[in-house]
Design a protein around this ligand. Structure first.
Ligand SMILES: [Zn+2]
Length: 353
């Protein structure tokens, strides 16, 4: 791969770039090879799955992915338990490919902007690769999450003001010959890593589920699901795309608003989802629409109830992950999701301070 293309203005850039001058995110020119049923069924390890998204020389591995898919009949869904990843969230999938790309591009230090889990994941993978790491974090990030990033060797800088100021600080610090702005949203690598979630769900479920529900902040899971599933569809490994549903936190729910799925409230409890202007918003909306899916937001109380019920079934889920069950319940209550539809929820992380 020698070129990336801006998703907003179409300008081509060398792979070393993290972001377009217009502020747009970058993607490779093509969507990746089709994956057939035989290839999918032959996979027996995380190495097989990740090998389908990036060559080993462009990955750093701490044993990410290949997480359990747990059926819970009482809750009417299967749960992809991403808390089983090395730093406790799906972000390790993205960080594996993102930090691998940074190292392959010759970086010695990486910068990132994060509200917690992505920062911890990038810090861990950078540490494992021997790269130095600085994470810029918004004010609302909990001390515990910040401390975890520091524990993993990152310098953590708190940036006051709107979320975009945090992004600009990380992007600026990522300039320079030996540096790389290891954003989990602007370059394509992180989403590429997250597409393994889709590949694993279909491999484990043995067919595509009817509906897949995931939280959305920057949209890495939704976009990863869409891209992974599209490759499986193109190769004939699945007959139809599952319906994709994104769940957001009431109060900061720009994608849900596009589907008239927002509700009143101020769900700061789901602190991992508070992204008012995701740079890939149009791609997220298109991924949901083209699958026949939707987006909705959920209030704090419903999130707390869902989290307690997940914990009561032995599933560790942080607030942002618990929004998936709250979202499923809202869809069922509104008659928009049948009980007999096979539904997979992505429990994105297990961090509970
Ligand atoms: Zn551009």
């Amino acid at each position: 791969m020698d070129e990336l293309v801006c998703i907003d203005c179409g300008q081509a850039h060398p792979v070393e770039r993290s972001r377009c001058g217009c502020g747009g995110a970058l993607d490779p020119p093509d969507a990746g090879d089709a994956i057939g049923a035989d290839e999918l069924q032959a996979w027996a390890s995380r190495e097989d799955v990740f090998g389908a998204v990036a060559p080993a020389r462009r990955r750093i591995s701490l044993g990410e992915g290949w997480t359990p898919l747990v059926d819970v009949d009482e809750l009417g869904a299967s749960f992809k338990v991403e808390g089983a990843n090395p730093t406790g969230s799906f972000k390790d999938r993205g960080a594996s490919v993102l930090v691998g790309a940074a190292q392959a591009l010759g970086a010695r230090r990486v910068t990132e902007d994060s509200s917690g889990n992505a920062g911890a994941a990038v810090a861990a993978y950078a540490a494992h690769a021997g790269l130095s790491c600085t994470v810029f974090s918004p004010e609302h990030v909990t001390d515990a999450k910040r401390e975890r990033m520091r524990t993993l060797g990152a310098d953590v800088e708190v940036v006051e003001g709107p979320r975009r100021e945090v992004t600009e600080a990380a992007a600026e610090a990522g300039q320079g010959e030996d540096a790389y702005y290891a954003s989990h949203t602007y370059p394509p690598w992180f989403v590429q890593g997250c597409s393994t979630i889709a590949l694993e769900i279909v491999r484990q479920h043995e067919t595509a589920p009817d509906t897949v529900v995931a939280p959305a902040a920057m949209g890495s899971v939704v976009l990863g699901l869409q891209r992974g599933l599209a490759r499986l569809k193109a190769g004939g490994a699945i007959d139809a795309m599952p319906r994709l549903v994104a769940v957001q936190a009431a109060g900061i729910d720009p994608i849900a608003q596009r589907f008239d799925g927002d509700v009143d409230g101020d769900n700061r409890f789901a602190d991992g989802l508070l992204v008012p202007e995701p740079p890939r918003d149009e791609q997220i909306v298109e991924a949901l629409r083209s699958s026949g899916g939707t987006a909705l937001s959920v209030p704090e109380e419903a999130t707390r109830e869902a989290m307690a019920d997940l914990h009561a079934h032995g599933l560790l889920a942080e607030a942002s992950a618990a929004t998936t069950l709250a979202g499923i319940r809202r869809l069922r209550a509104e008659g928009r999701l049948d009980g007999d539809e096979s539904t997979v929820a992505v429990l994105t992380g297990a961090w509970t301070p």
